[in-house]
Design a protein around this ligand. Structure first.
Ligand code: GDP
Length: 139
């Protein structure tokens, strides 16, 4: 059975471009409840750990540079079928391939600076949520 939580980050390009409010509005309108939220800036060490699975990819250095370039907003979201429904809401990794109306289509700059992260499995949603939040941060 699909879980009811996912994890998201509004990435540095979207924060820098003033899209936090519009993105949260779309998240709420799609029926997600915000369970925990924080605004912070990742260190190189934290970004490297968060994207550990991509360490061998050619774009890893660029990804870490970008993710540490400015503040991000991290949040845990709750909804039935959260992971899959949120991936649909954000759209494809490459904004040029993302469906009309998706968050990446509307607000992303490029495949690297693609506005928002969404967990790709229930297991990763738990790992990523725990990376940023303790139990007492959750409501
Ligand atoms: P996601 O699950 O849709 O976020 O995509 P992936 O897990 O494949 O990639 C993680 C993140 O790495 C993406 O969201 C992008 O920020 C970045 N990324 C993916 N592909 C590329 C690429 O070809 N070049 C660069 N610079 N960054 C990329």
């Amino acid at each position: 059975m699909a879980g009811n939580k996912t994890f998201t980050m509004i990435k540095p390009d979207a924060v820098e471009n003033g899209h936090i409010g519009a993105i949260l509005e779309k998240i709420n309108a799609a029926g997600f409840r915000i369970v925990a939220m924080t605004m912070t800036q990742l260190s190189v060490k934290q970004a490297g750990k968060f994207y550990e699975v991509h360490r061998e990819r050619p774009f890893f250095g660029e990804l870490v540079n970008y993710m540490t370039s400015g503040p991000i907003v991290a949040a845990i979201l709750e909804k039935d079928n959260a992971v899959e429904d949120f991936r649909t809401l954000i759209g494809a990794t490459d904004p040029q391939k993302a469906e009309e109306g998706t968050i990446r289509k509307l607000y992303a700059t490029s495949i690297a600076a693609n506005a928002i992260h969404g967990s790709d499995s229930d297991e990763n949603a738990v790992i990523e949520g725990n990376f940023f939040f303790s139990q007492r941060d959750r409501f």
